[in-house]
Design a protein around this ligand. Sequence first.
Ligand code: RRO
Length: 303
Amino acid sequence: MSIRFCGLELAHPIINGSGTFDAIAAFRVFGEGLRGAFPFAAYVSKTITLEPRAGNPPPRLWEAPAGLINSIGLPNKGLGDYLLEDLPLLADMSTDPSGAGDSQAVPLITNVMGSNAEEISRLLEACDERPEISAIELNVSCPNVHTGLDIGADPRQLEQVVRAVRGRTGKPLIVKLTPNTADVALCARAAQEGGADAVSLINTLRAMALAPNPLSRPPRPWLGGVTGGLSGPAVRAVALAQVAAVAARVAIPVIGMGGVQSAAHARELIDVGATLVAVGTASFLDPAAGARIAAALHAGTAP
Ligand code: RRO
């Protein structure tokens, strides 16, 4: 089942969606043994910014029909402490999907976000120096400080930014696309033209939840960040359509994600052109979802 992706050798096509699986917390809960039996073929970190961020005030999570709205607001320890404290813990993970002692390395993909090319360049340069990092995923869902529009929602701006930062690292550069745009395939194309080695999608769909008290007038946005991002089964059909549209328009590999809960769902994304599939919200229900889906995909059984 092993698969090549941007020059990396992965044990199988199932990875995690950024921010949906905290590997360091998982080692604490499930023990260090998890390091040698990791549920994903590559590990994508939560988004890292140059400076530490506290994130949004609670509530940060809201259960929606068949989905989850999050308004986490990018809490992270910042680049310096990530490199110092987290990187050593995230290196040297391996997976043994068949259980036959055939273990394979789990490459680390570090996800970064900056609000302009200068910030992103500094993030890429710092990651480039670290051999523990196999690839970089660039989250372009960040609003441009001048226009207020997400960098990744505007194909022209996206291409400019990717082109400006591309040379700062020799590692594979994956651009994580936002679904909150008029034409995601145009944005994928722009990322490719700018020099991306792969694209990943979908990030969460912009969504809102109102305070649950129906008597509150006027109704108040419930989530701390006012709007949040919807994920889970509710977005799966949107993800399938967007991954299919993107895969038809780019020559670079596509990582598909959005509401995947079973091997059948993963197979659908692969059928429309994804090379890898990421599992996100399903890991909150079952931290072993990635391993279960990879095994079922391999066996050709559902789920
Ligand atoms: O941290 C978040 O609130 C967040 C991010 Br950076 C993202 O890319 N997608 C998402 O749903 N939440």
